[in-house]
Design a protein around this ligand. Structure first.
Ligand SMILES: Cc1cc2nc3c(=O)[nH]c(=O)nc-3n(C[C@H](O)[C@H](O)[C@H](O)COP(=O)(O)OP(=O)(O)OC[C@H]3O[C@@H](n4cnc5c(N)ncnc54)[C@H](O)[C@@H]3O)c2cc1C
Length: 367
């Protein structure tokens, strides 16, 4: 029933507006609010904070159904990641203040770690928050921020003490509306994820009260970031598996209909063998990702396990979708075909959430 609710929302509300959203570069606030009304946002946040009271499996269903169709406009996974930072590390007051509004889709969440000079190496963050009395004053810039244009709440990774590395890092909660000194820069022109807003953010003496420090204690930012990585990386695994399934189904259908040399291209031995390989890969990915979902729900998935599923499934996603696209011939290269969009949308999966090279670092360090 939950999956049907997600599919109905996607088919009725997301699909019709997707072309326009791709041109505009964002889906707009109304779609977020509709998703919130249906309970599709923050489905694994406890009901006492306005969430759905479910677990990660409910979240996964919504991600899967969007990824299967390469509908990437609403980055509800970043929204959920932000909600989980608040749930896991926020003070009671912070949870009460923000989570219900996020679940209703009234405010869109974003997390701003990356800077022009610091991506993989987050200890090199330069954005600065200086404490002045009962306020912090933030200065600095962030880039590549998902949901950046629509965000009403941004978790900003800053240095409170630039002489320290991890221990000098903090996360500040910044409400963006009517916030003097806060500026959303360019909506970035990406090769894929066309309907999703990804922006630069600028902070010029942005003043926030001290109770906007996540968890209320300085020096905890890096630890808070590391603690929530399994959640984020599992999401990438989930979307990779579902995108492969969507690509496989579309390719099966296309190769049965398209004819060359007097027969459907599905009849050529090369096509059959390729589809057989793809089917096996898709089946393996589903089994592996489902196990990781189970482990995450049971609290058993650690950072190494989550890095493995992120790396392996996103690499496989790129390989499988590339092979599917080949079977579409020239039509596969056209934006109007799902497979063409899937191809460009897949590429980022190996980069964000920590690059796959960083995943290998994390995995190998634990050996
Ligand atoms: C569409 C999109 C959405 C994003 N959304 C967000 C967001 O919402 N919030 C946010 O904070 N960030 C976001 N990012 C940023 C993303 O997480 C970073 O781009 C990513 O972590 C890599 O950082 P970088 O781009 O600075 O690359 P760099 O760190 O400069 O890396 C460049 C290359 O060097 C390699 N490399 C770096 N260090 C090592 C090492 N130790 N060993 C081996 N190889 C290494 C990398 O793997 C990569 O191949 C997003 C990026 C994109 C493109």
């Amino acid at each position: 029933m939950w999956r049907e609710t997600a599919i109905r929302f996607i088919e009725n509300e997301m699909v019709p507006g997707d072309e326009e959203a791709r041109k505009r570069g964002h889906v707009g606030h109304a779609l977020w609010r509709k998703a919130g009304e249906l309970g599709l946002l923050c489905s694994d946040i406890p009901q006492e904070y306005g969430g759905g009271g479910g677990d990660f499996r409910h979240e996964a269903v919504f991600y899967e159904e969007m990824a299967r169709r390469s509908l990437t406009g609403m980055n509800s996974s970043v929204h959920s990641i932000v909600a989980h930072y608040l749930l896991n590390h926020g003070t009671e007051e912070q949870k009460q203040r923000y989570l219900p509004r996020m679940a209703r889709g009234e405010i869109v969440g974003a997390i701003a770690m990356t800077e022009p000079g610091a991506g993989s190496d987050l200890q090199g963050v330069r954005a600065r928050a200086e404490r002045r009395g009962d306020h912090y004053v933030i200065n600095g810039s962030k880039t590549f921020i998902s949901n950046g244009y629509l965000a009403g709440l941004v978790l900003v990774v800053v240095k409170t003490d630039p002489t320290q590395k991890a221990k000098g890092t903090a996360i500040l909660i910044v409400e963006t509306e009517n916030q003097p000194g806060y500026q959303v820069g360019r909506m970035l022109d990406k090769i894929g994820l066309k309907a999703q807003d990804t922006s630069e953010l600028f902070f010029d003496n942005v003043k926030v009260p001290v109770d906007c420090l996540l968890g209320g204690e300085e020096g905890k930012g890096f630890y808070q970031l590391m603690g929530d990585l399994p959640y984020e990386r599992t999401i990438i695994g989930v979307t990779a598996a579902a995108a492969m399934e969507g690509a496989y189904e579309a390719t099966l259908q296309y190769t049965r209909e398209r004819e060359a040399f007097g027969q459907p291209i599905a009849q050529f031995q090369n096509t059959k063998f390729k589809l057989a390989e793809i089917a096996a890969n898709v089946t393996a990915a589903r089994a592996y990702v489902d196990r990781c979902i189970e482990d995450l729900v049971a609290g058993r998935l650690d950072t190494v396990g989550a890095s493995m599923v992120k790396m392996w499934s996103s690499d496989l996603q790129n390989k499988v979708i590339d092979e599917c696209l080949q079977l579409f011939g020239g039509y596969g290269y056209m934006n109007e075909y799902l497979i063409g969009r899937m191809y460009v949308d897949a590429r980022i999966q190996r980069i964000y959430g920590g690059t796959n090279e960083i995943m290998k670092e994390v995995i190998s360090r634990a050996m």
